[in-house]
Design a protein around this ligand. Structure first.
Ligand code: NAD
Length: 494
């Protein structure tokens, strides 16, 4: 969407969205927040219920938008986007009262008598900037967390999924409280205008380069950020496996999940030189089984999301460094933004395909002498969002879990950890910071306020000046938790 088409979509008005407009928007939301409207349990509940209703009543429109933006099959749209946020919404509705409850905390002798609790409080006015590849999920899931935690929120969907961006603007405007929840559509200029404002938290999903822009803008106001980024998520495949299941899971996880355009999608495979031919045969077999003889025309494979991404992937394919190494696929269709499932064997480390996150249907296979070398290979590169291992070998599993640092690890499957809402979902190092999903979403949008309650009884004179050696002895004994020391200090014997 061009910048001059940008709207703050809570009305039919269309206006240029500049820094002044952004400032007004944030001021309005801050007034709502400061009036306390979003903090009540009832308000949060009503918004979450409306969100669920919105999903129930508009699934056809949602699927159409996902098809228009990405050519996503209805089944994929349902499983990976609609069902995921419905679950998040239902969980928040079920657990909200419990999540909002202050948590009792222990106190110590130094504050005796007292009690303490941790009170979750909303940050205030928060900004959610989302990406194009799962344009419903990545927009609405953080918004659920922000609402559940009692914040006012602005959502900025990705301009690279224009149908979903405009649908979200319409639907959220119709179903949710416009005085506290807004959608701003737009691209870089509009996001820049938003980032110039003072937010209480920014939640960004996208690439690491823009994450640095977001973080630099946030730093000006000491605004905390969550950065949900990507990276090259490796899959280490041992020979001690169930080959048929392994190949199915990897092929479906790579090409059946938005055609490789998933932040946790398998980016590259590592296996031993000896095992590679067996694994490659199994991959080829399953690509054919799942997507037919002509995968370019399979309805079960999504399009490349945008022409810029098509050009980026084409450049990876045309890189001289991988010439002669494509062992499956390689076909491209620029007009329809289609690229066939493609396997590249032993791409050099400095090739484009092994230097950058692929985020598309290309799958390099790197071979090593022994499987443990694969762990060292992964450890020598930036920390990925996900790391996968297929093996029956217990020791190898332990080695992998203990020594590979990644946002999340899955043993003997790919991508599924993000469906487990009792696990935090987020990156580490280059793959991001902060996490969400389930209760973690609520926590991410809540400040944990420490509250200590005291009465006027039990006011120890020792804490007040003038300071004396006797008082110091007593305080030391109290902080050391030494009953004998306390008695000694109080009664003055040595
Ligand atoms: P994108 O192009 O949709 O950009 C993300 C957001 O950043 C958009 O809303 C866009 O308007 C905004 N933006 C772009 N340039 C900007 C700028 N200069 N200043 C301010 N805002 C700007 O998405 P993308 O970056 O192509 O997303 C793909 C990346 O995101 C991949 O690296 C992928 O792994 C990662 N990703 C991570 C997750 C996760 O949950 N961790 C999910 C999806 C994608």
């Amino acid at each position: 969407m061009a910048s001059d088409e940008l709207q703050v979509k809570d009305s039919t008005a269309t206006a240029v969205f500049d820094s002044d407009a952004a400032k007004c928007l944030v001021n309005d939301l801050r007034s709502t927040f400061l009036a306390g409207k979003t903090k009540s349990y009832e308000w949060r509940l009503s918004q979450l219920k409306s969100l669920l209703k919105m999903l129930d009543e508009n699934d056809k429109q949602i699927c159409d938008a996902l098809f228009s933006d990405l050519g996503k099959h209805e089944m994929e749209a349902y499983i990976h986007e609609i069902a995921m946020i419905k679950n998040s919404c239902k969980l928040a509705l079920k657990e909200l009262k419990h999540w909002m409850k202050p948590e009792k905390a222990k106190t110590n002798l130094g504050t005796f008598p007292s009690s303490a609790e941790i009170v979750p409080e909303p940050f205030g006015v928060v900004l959610v900037i989302s990406a194009w590849n799962y344009p419903l999920l990545l927009s609405v899931d953080p918004v659920i967390g922000a609402i559940a935690a009692g914040n006012a929120v602005v959502l900025k969907p990705s301009e690279l999924a224009p149908a979903m961006s405009s649908l979200l603007a319409k639907l959220l405007g119709n179903y949710l409280d416009k005085s506290a929840i807004k959608v701003v559509e737009g691209a870089v200029p509009e996001t820049t205008a938003l980032l110039e404002q003072k937010w209480d938290k920014i939640f960004y999903t996208g690439n690491g380069l823009v994450a640095r822009v977001v973080m630099a803008a946030a730093a000006k106001n000491l605004t905390p950020v969550v950065l949900e980024l990507g990276g090259k998520s490796p899959v280490l495949v041992d020979s001690n496996i169930d080959l048929a299941v392994t190949a199915k899971r990897i092929v479906a996880g790579k090409w059946g999940c938005n055609n490789g355009q998933a932040c946790v999608g398998p980016d590259y495979i590592i296996t031993t030189k000896q095992y590679a031919p067996v694994l490659i045969d199994a991959f080829k077999h399953n690509v054919k089984k799942f997507f037919g003889d002509d995968p370019m025309n399979s309805p079960d494979i999504s399009r490349v999301g945008h022409e810029n991404h098509f050009a980026r992937l084409k450049k990876m394919l045309d890189d001289d460094k991988i010439s002669g190494k494509i062992i499956l696929g390689g076909q491209t269709d620029k007009n329809n933004r289609k690229i066939a499932p493609t396997i590249v064997l032993d791409a050099p480390e400095d090739s484009l395909i092994m230097s950058d996150e692929i985020f598309g249907p290309l799958l390099p296979i790197i071979t090593v002498e022994k499987i443990e070398d694969g762990i060292e290979f992964i450890r020598s590169r930036p920390k990925p969002l996900a790391a996968y291992l297929f093996t029956n070998n217990k020791q190898l599993k332990e080695n992998f879990v203990n020594n590979v640092s990644a946002g999340g690890v899955v043993i003997n499957d790919v991508t599924l950890h993000l469906m487990v809402d009792t696990l935090p979902f987020g990156g580490v190092g280059e793959s991001g910071m902060g996490a969400y999903h389930g209760k973690f979403s609520f926590d991410t949008f809540s400040h944990k306020k420490a509250v200590l309650y005291r009465g006027f009884f039990g006011d120890a004179p020792a804490r007040y000046p003038p300071y004396t050696p006797g008082k110091l002895r007593l305080l030391k004994a109290i902080f050391d938790g030494s009953l004998f020391g306390i008695i000694r200090a109080v009664f003055g014997f040595s």
